[in-house]
Design a binder for this molecule. Structure first.
Ligand code: HEM
Length: 463
């Protein structure tokens, strides 16, 4: 691995492109194409770059050793950029994604057991049932339907998260729910570039849309919390029961307050479905574009499953499937940009010291396409993630983030995606429509395809 040697301390700030008009030049480039801007920075400053935008001083860290040095070793010296938490707390309240310090630690301790691999394995059956239902409906549409994969994956992952959260849920039409989540996602990213947000009561069209989206989600959550409150608290398998049972290990008499319960449910709802849907949409497109890989995957799925439904343990026997999911998330990490961090004290980044009050930014989309760590970095090559392949340097693959604030739902997501992927390949061959162009990425809170990925799903012969 091309690691940097132990650095000599350097004074001043890391190098970076000049700021003209106090950084207006940077703002103008980053606003329409943030990922293009950061990729450009990395080309001229491969390991670290400093950018000034008005009063903010932002250090972009690209070298994987330094990413870990900051996010793993010095997490206590960071809080999330206030503007981001302000924007996201509009929909996610004071949940574990938003809070900091002792409040975050307490919430994370309480939620963590519900996301341990063993507990997560308990959701496999409902994930399989939700996928089965959606795929059976597709087969009923007849041969080779042209399917909008974003819609299919969104519907499936929404069904999964609703069932995981609420047990046998009663949301008859999930489309308004996924539209509400996307509205919040789009509004979130555009708000980040503004100095303030209009209050929710303002009679402006954009605010009205956000208000409507929030009302849709709040109603569903409240309705389920209330209907669960009338039932006994047994050790149910759903996430909402887990949240209601969660106790602070240091104060076992204390659970989550009603507001916290609502906010945590909301964050699971949002963080737990759009991300997986996005990852699976890109994955399906990549599989359709790479028929040789697709054949390899189908052979693996057929051999291991022998026509049966997948389980958490059979998924472990499918290294190609796991590798293809990892490779898809390397090229298209759903969280293409991590939440920018504010330094509370001096933070060491390689040879540099970033003083308190600065911002530090991490962009998995750019870090994961660095030719120093990934040969032919823009190509889809799942074999890089197969057991026995050359080791991938730590800190270069981070679709779930890293350090203490790593995604709490990563095992849930990997299992869900594996089950959906295996069942899809078991039943269909995915074809890329002739002449269709590969879509650009559209950065909302997640990185979605800018134009829909539509595939021909050809039903396979019964096994
Ligand atoms: C492919 C699917 C997923 C991806 C790529 C993903 C990615 C991420 C990333 C990158 C972070 C850290 C954000 C940051 O530091 O800026 C995060 C945090 C989080 N994720 Fe996920 N996530 C996925 C699925 C899920 C699922 C299924 C759930 C829950 C059911 C979930 C719940 C959360 C929560 C609650 C946090 C905040 C953790 C904290 O701050 O302590 N995610 N996720």
């Amino acid at each position: 691995m091309n690691t940097l040697t132990t650095p000599q301390r350097l004074s001043g700030l890391p190098p970076g492109p000049p700021a003209r008009l106090w950084g207006l030049n940077h703002l103008q480039t980053m606003k329409p194409d943030y990922l293009g801007f950061v990729a450009g920075l990395q080309r001229t400053h491969p390991d670290i770059a400093h950018v000034r935008v008005f009063t903010e001083r932002i250090t972009h860290v690209f070298h994987p050793d330094w990413v870990r040095e900051v996010l793993v070793d010095q997490a206590d010296a960071l809080i999330r950029w206030e503007r981001a938490t302000e924007v996201f707390s509009i929909s996610m309240g004071q949940s574990v994604l938003i809070t900091e310090g002792a409040q975050w630690q307490r919430q994370r301790r309480m939620l963590q057991p519900g996301f341990a691999p063993k507990r997560v394995a308990g959701y496999a059956e409902l994930m399989v049932a939700a996928t089965e239902q959606a795929l059976t409906a597709l087969i009923a549409q007849g041969p080779s339907p042209s399917v909008n994969m974003d819609e299919l994956m969104t519907d499936m992952t929404l069904d999964v998260i609703l069932k995981a959260l609420f047990g046998t849920h009663q949301v008859t039409n999930p489309r308004p729910v996924s539209e509400a989540i996307q509205t919040l996602s789009h509004s979130g990213i555009s708000e980040l570039f503004k100095p303030f947000s209009w209050p929710l009561w303002m009679p402006l069209p954009a605010v009205r849309k956000v208000r409507h989206a929030l009302r849709t989600l709040n109603q569903i959550i409240q309705q389920h919390i209330q209907s669960q409150q009338s039932t006994a608290l047994d050790d149910g398998q759903d996430l909402l029961t887990m949240l209601r049972l969660a106790r602070d290990p240091e104060h076992p008499q204390l659970g989550l307050s009603p507001q916290e319960l609502h906010d945590q449910t909301m964050v699971m709802f949002q963080a737990g479905h759009e991300t997986s849907a996005t990852a699976m949409t890109w994955w399906s497109g990549l599989i359709a574009q790479h028929p040789v890989v697709a054949e390899r995957l189908q052979a693996e799925v057929d051999t291991v499953l022998q026509g049966q439904a997948p389980t958490p343990s059979t998924l472990q026997q499918m290294p190609w499937l796991q590798a293809s999911l990892k490779e898809a998330m390397r090229l298209y990490p759903p969280a293409a940009v991590l939440m920018t961090q504010r330094t509370l004290s001096d933070v060491t980044v390689g040879p540099w010291t970033v003083p308190p009050g600065h911002l530090i930014a991490f962009t998995p989309y750019v870090i994961q396409r660095d030719a120093r760590w990934f040969e032919s970095p823009h190509d889809f090559k799942p074999e890089r993630f197969l057991p026995g392949a050359p080791e991938i340097p730590r800190g270069t693959w981070m679709p779930f983030g890293t350090g203490p604030r790593v995604c709490i739902g990563q095992h849930f997501a990997m299992m869900e995606m594996g089950l959906i992927g295996a069942m899809l390949l078991q039943r269909f061959t995915l074809h890329w429509p002739e002449g269709a162009a590969w879509p650009e990425g559209d950065l909302a809170v997640t990185l979605r395809p800018a134009t829909p990925i539509r595939l021909q799903l050809q039903p396979r012969n019964p096994l």
